[in-house]
Design a binder for this molecule. Structure first.
Ligand code: ADP
Ligand code: MG
Length: 273
């Protein structure tokens, strides 16, 4: 799936492959003292560069595990994960990671929390400062650069975490239930902002979420997983235009069709998810 990224230059040169992320027969087994758990079983799909793909599935079906192995923080028991064509065999710097907890350092300002990424990666300080300003502008944090985490709302903290994840212009952004702790209205606002940021940066996004509307509004495709051991149940293409006004999108028949299908798939095994 391709789309134009007219607002800003692409984040990276991916000349070698159209595929940003790929999974081939990925299984993960955890051995604990008491038992063996198969978290993922034979997961197989790929994400094109620039694509926005969400993953939904019951708790414990291996969604976080899948993101962690994509980042190279965990090795699959069998199968292969690829990032931009290359086998993931250790931690990867081409990714940005955002979690449910913003995980900001309490003693650092918004700006200095964002710049932590630059310090960790040894980025050029001047370039990092310019990029931080761009992201602060893009996420509406302007004026709050010097605020400390305890002075910020949950939404603002997540914006800071998002800026930090994007600072090094990662071609792939992994998000693990990033808006799960926010109130409903803030979450909607963050959805709209994330969609805009995705369009502006051209980054590939892989988002884990428990919210079906969030998944459909944001995504090109939604991967529905089975209960543990997680397998890909079905991949739902989202038939919505690139420019998505929040209110009219949620009222559209295409939106309804996709959410109904996902609920049907999930409903059989876990109505509450
Ligand atoms: P999800 O994010 O979909 O809720 P996870 O990927 O966190 O699921 O976990 C999938 C399964 O693997 C769960 O049963 C969980 O308990 C187990 N699991 C995850 N990480 C570990 C680990 N490091 N050691 C043992 N079991 C784990
Ligand atoms: Mg999880």
């Amino acid at each position: 799936m391709t789309r134009s990224t007219s607002k800003a230059a692409p984040v990276a040169d991916h000349a070698t492959t159209e595929q940003a992320v790929g999974y081939e027969g990925v299984s993960v087994r955890f051995t604990t003292r008491r038992q063996q758990v198969t978290a993922l079983s034979d997961v197989e799909f790929s994400v094109d560069r620039g694509e926005f793909v969400s993953i939904v599935g019951p708790s414990g079906c291996g969604k976080s595990t899948l993101l962690r192995l994509t980042a190279g923080l965990l090795a699959p028991s069998s199968g292969t994960a690829r990032l931009e064509g290359a086998v993931v065999d250790g931690p990867r710097h081409q990714i940005g990671f955002a979690f449910q907890r913003a995980a900001l350092l309490e003693w650092r300002s918004a700006r200095r929390n964002i710049l932590l990424q630059a310090e960790m990666r040894g980025m050029d300080a001047k370039e990092a400062a310019v990029r931080a300003d761009e992201l602060i502008e893009m996420t509406g944090l302007k004026g709050f650069e010097d605020a400390l985490p305890h002075e910020m709302s949950g939404g603002m903290q997540q914006r800071v975490a998002l800026c930090r994840a994007l600072l090094h212009r990662p071609p792939v952004l992994l998000m693990d239930e990033p808006f799960g702790a926010l109130d409903a209205l803030t979450r909607e606002q963050m959805n709209v902002e994330l969609r805009n940021i995705w369009q502006a940066t051209g980054t590939t996004v892989l988002l884990v979420t428990h919210s079906i509307p969030e998944a459909v509004y944001l995504s090109d495709r939604v991967v529905v997983m089975t209960p543990r051991p997680g397998r890909v149940e079905e991949i739902i293409p989202v038939d919505l235009p690139l420019d998505r006004n929040y209110a009219t999108t949620l009222a559209s028949p295409q939106f309804a069709a996709a959410t109904i299908r996902i609920r049907e798939l999930l409903g059989a095994s876990h109505a509450a998810e």
